[in-house]
Design a protein. Structure first.
Length: 467
């Protein structure tokens, strides 16, 4: 269908609309040559910046350097959908299997409280990032999605989500919040806030620098070993090293296949007229997602646009991706169709920008935080799309592990988690391409029928992929 027009100043790539909105940041100096510090952090995304922030705040005597190939926020931290969500950065059942249900529930509670932690630090550091905590709505738009939604709500209840954490919504109650076409039902959770990714990441980077941390940009880390980060501009010697590269982890020697760099693509409209907002009825700052297998996530911006994202072309051969974030025309069309199907009132509005980024996906779809005290090397990542909040909790966990603090965070079930690597090529590419073709087929089949159970192809894909 591809029914939405592109604006006259349409942009594809250019990192993200969020940086178009803020303007590209002024580059920081590159590493001047070999240096020695207490802590070297590789990657100036949110994992690296939050880890630097909490270490510097808790142990100001430490000298800390952050090494970044491009600029702070260049990766997923500056390209994401702006969902500061308390949903788990991994699968409850897998954390429970290795550490017990109580431990998995404790991690969920910490994810919930992380939202207010981030908001508190934002206020303290005067980070102005269009933040509004109005919660998150998941909506079912066909009978199979409704069946999955009901089962998901039951699972969340069993995992300890109480009445204060989750509210089931009838079709009328969904429409009272946001008029999603064909809504069969949904649920709302208060544990989510809207955030402008670039404004937030740039603000956090400045807060980190105020604490005495140095961020070196334009410096590519090539390999890591105990005590040293070897870069394109010299070696950084450090007692502690934090690998915080998420979807870019495979750029380091010896780290291929640890995390799959999965593409997620977005489009954003021009500012919408009030007549369109009146028809959509989306008056708050709730984030809105569907229960499709390909999953669409949307965001009402502070200046009255709708940003919507989805997997598009989820994986490229040999983990390749366009650093500039250029999105395939096919993916742009798919996202346009999804936006119009959810919000028909936007069909005559223009799309102004499209972009893509990569998130790191581990083989078991569960985030991990690791620290080897023998080598001094730490890492965190694999947030499977829940990185805005997950990075903060992971960073506080890394702080406690590195400083030797025996806290509840140091015993969360993602600590010390090790999983097998992804398959070699071309198995990985064939597998990922086949699986997402199955998910797209299942979405089309479910949208076209009154079938109330998940299509077999999607159930098989879930089993094979480990989702």
């Amino acid at each position: 269908m591809n029914t939405m027009p592109k604006s006259d100043d349409f942009s594809n790539g250019d990192i993200s609309f969020w940086f178009r909105d803020t303007g590209m940041p002024h580059p920081r100096p590159a590493l001047p040559g070999p240096i020695e510090v207490d802590v070297a952090i590789v990657g100036a995304g949110l994992t690296g910046l939050w880890t630097a922030y909490y270490l510097a705040a808790s142990a100001p005597e430490l000298s800390i350097a952050v090494i970044e190939k491009h600029f702070a926020g260049f990766g997923a931290s500056g390209r994401n959908g702006g969902w500061l969500s308390g949903e788990p950065a991994g699968q409850f059942r897998r954390y429970a299997r290795t550490h017990g249900a109580d431990s998995a529930r404790a991690m969920q509670k910490h994810m919930f409280s992380t939202i207010d932690e981030v908001l508190s630090i934002s206020k303290q550091e005067n980070i102005l990032a269009d933040i509004e905590k109005d919660g998150l709505i998941h909506v079912a738009t066909n009978d199979a999605q409704l069946d999955r939604l009901k089962h998901h709500v039951d699972e969340l209840r069993a995992q300890g989500w109480g009445p204060e954490d989750l509210e089931a919504l009838s079709p009328a109650e969904v429409s009272a919040r946001v008029n999603v076409a064909g809504a069969r039902g949904g649920f709302w959770t208060p544990h989510c806030a809207r955030i402008h990714p670039a404004k937030f990441t740039l603000g956090l980077a400045e807060a980190v620098e105020r604490l005495g941390v140095t961020i070196y940009e334009g410096t590519s880390a090539e390999s890591i070993e105990a005590g040293a980060v070897h870069t394109s501009r010299g070696t950084v010697s450090a007692k502690y090293i934090v690998r915080a590269l998420e979807g870019y982890t495979d750029s380091l020697q010896g780290h291929r296949r640890m995390l799959m760099p999965m593409n997620s693509s977005m489009i954003i409209t021009e500012p919408l007229p009030q007549s369109v907002w009146d028809e959509i009825g989306w008056r708050g700052a709730e984030l809105v997602g569907d229960m499709g297998h390909s999953f669409a996530y949307s965001h009402r911006t502070e200046d009255g646009r709708i940003a919507l994202g989805g997997r598009g072309v989820p994986y490229n051969y040999a983990s390749s991706f366009d650093p500039n974030g250029t999105t395939a025309n096919k993916a742009i069309g798919q996202l346009m169709d999804k936006m119009v199907s959810m919000f028909p009132a936007v069909s005559h509005s223009s799309v102004q920008h499209s972009w893509s980024g990569v998130l790191g996906v581990p083989r078991d779809w569960c985030a991990a935080v690791n620290f080897d005290r023998t080598t001094g090397i730490a890492s965190a990542g694999g947030y499977v799309g829940h990185g805005l909040a997950g990075t903060n909790l992971a960073a506080r966990t890394l702080r406690d592990l590195i400083l030797g603090h025996d806290t509840d965070l140091a015993h969360l079930p993602w600590v010390g988690r090790q999983v097998r690597r992804w398959e070699v090529e071309p198995i990985r590419w064939v597998g990922a391409s086949t699986l997402y073709a199955a998910y797209r087929y299942a979405d089309r089949k479910e949208n076209a029928s009154s079938q109330s159970t998940t299509v077999l192809a999607a159930r098989v894909a879930d089993l094979v992929s480990g989702r």
